[in-house]
Design a binder for this molecule. Sequence first.
Ligand SMILES: Nc1nc2c(ncn2[C@@H]2O[C@H](COP(=O)(O)OP(=O)(O)OP(=O)(O)O)[C@@H](O)[C@H]2O)c(=O)[nH]1
Ligand SMILES: [Mg+2]
Length: 352
Amino acid sequence: MKKFAVFSGFLGSGKTTTMMALTRYYSAHYAKAAMISNDLGHGVSLADNRFAQLSGCKASEITDDCICYVNEQLAERLNAYYDEGCELVVSDIPGFGVGALEHVYHGLTEKFPGQFELAPFTVLVEPRTVELLRSGQGGDQEYLYDTQLVEADLIVLNKCDLLSEQQRDADLAWLLERYPLAQVIAISALKGEGLDLLSQALRSGQASMRRPEIGYGGEAFCHAMGKISEFYLQYHAVVCCNTFDGNAYLMDMARQVQEEIHAAACLIPHLKLLAWEPEGDFGKVDLIGTDRPIEETHRFERPCTELAVILNASAACPVDKLEEIVVAAVEDVSRRYQLEWMVFKQEGLAMG
Ligand SMILES: Nc1nc2c(ncn2[C@@H]2O[C@H](COP(=O)(O)OP(=O)(O)OP(=O)(O)O)[C@@H](O)[C@H]2O)c(=O)[nH]1
Ligand SMILES: [Mg+2]
């Protein structure tokens, strides 16, 4: 079996967490599985990929472009995994992306007929997004929330650990009614719940290869996309003469960015802060909005003396402003912790 699935879904919905949990589960219960993280930064290392690798997952990345536009590179990567004995490979697309159904599924099928078995086009959604869609309060991002789900063969309602059974069932029923062509399942990637259901849906299901009209490149698309910016930063930090608390350091930076983004009346659907030290101990903090608690996704076990840091931010904020806020947070907090730091990659991208 040479199965491939795209995992779409809005920023912070849990694509990376789900791909990590799924590939582990699938490899333990069915056959070897691998994951690809995809984002747009040029020549960068992605926090998602490094996090998956540090966590022991079979993982790699495709950067510089959406996998929508690099079908050949994707096909080569998939074949390399299948040659290694993988039976399932999953890749995400950037979390504000739409159109991968056409560009990836139809693109691969037209360019490499019969080579890949396409699993249901999978879209992750979190309860918070369902709530925004239900109440019509998705704002500038509503087009993206909705269109991603319109493309789905399989909708995965993630983060069900945050819901009561009744809330979960109500969300599932609403999704089924609104997107009747999709199969809908509920999981908690974080708690490892529903992974067998997801594995089976990918293993036995097929892509529908529908071609829904999504207004790609149209007015609503440009309006939503025009607000989005990405910022990538990679640096190395050393403390001069002591150890320091890497967990507190990451949290303080996330907190400062959260406050400043809020003060600028912008939105930050996802800031990922990943840091690791030479022995392999690592920490990860996720900021998924100005009005939500900052998540300590993985904690350092020991104090640090030096760190490599990858910071990836996706925001509805002018790119210059985003860059200014994030760089100021890194500088302020690093100084407070008496760190010397050296930046070796910095890039801001405006989607509009
Ligand atoms: N409570 C809960 N949190 C989760 C679950 N899955 C993911 N998260 C958290 O949600 C945050 C975002 O998860 P990611 O997997 O990084 O989301 P993503 O869709 O890959 O985000 P982008 O890469 O920005 O598009 C992290 O802090 C995760 O730990 C879940 O099942 N339950
Ligand atoms: Mg991700």
